[in-house]
Design a protein. Structure first.
Length: 154
């Protein structure tokens, strides 16, 4: 195609290869499996309200079992090194720096332990703040929460 060499994106990695008497046994791991492991780990970090589809998707989804790979991008680099980008929504009132630090450490530890791959980088992109729980707790000018005001309404 016009003399241009198109770079092929790697979407799986061989994590184990053994020679036996009859041939070679291999274990292949797709980037989607790695993204799922990252999604499960993100769900265990306090302070994360959900994952975002990224800048393009932009719609937050609460952490759940629907799509554990939403808001997670995995790139396989040379020498079986992994780069991970996460797009998250944090809960209102948490320390974003602390939540990010915990997330990075937990993702790195989990991926390196479960896959044996070296994690080159984990990049956390905070796309928003969830106010859903805080909204119910905020008081209006009369000192009532929204719930209390609704209960008193005729």
């Amino acid at each position: 195609m016009n003399g241009e060499k198109k770079e092929e994106k790697q979407d799986e990695v061989v994590i184990k290869s053994n020679e036996n008497g009859d041939g070679v046994d291999t274990t292949r791991l797709s980037t989607e499996v790695i993204a799922t492991l990252v999604g499960v780990t993100a769900g265990e970090v306090p302070g994360i309200a959900g994952m975002s589809g990224g800048i393009v998707g932009g719609i937050a989804e609460k952490l759940g079992r629907k799509d554990l790979t939403r808001g997670i991008k995995v790139n396989l680099e040379e020498n079986n090194r992994v780069k991970i980008d996460l797009y998250i929504i944090v809960e209102y009132g948490v320390s974003i720096a602390e939540v990010s630090r915990q997330l990075i450490n937990m993702v790195r530890e989990n991926i390196e332990f479960t896959t044996g791959l070296a994690v080159e980088s984990v990049n956390v992109n905070v796309q928003g703040v969830s106010l859903s729980e805080e909204k119910d707790k905020r008081k209006d000018v009369q000192g009532q929460t929204e719930e209390e005001a609704e209960e008193e309404a005729p």
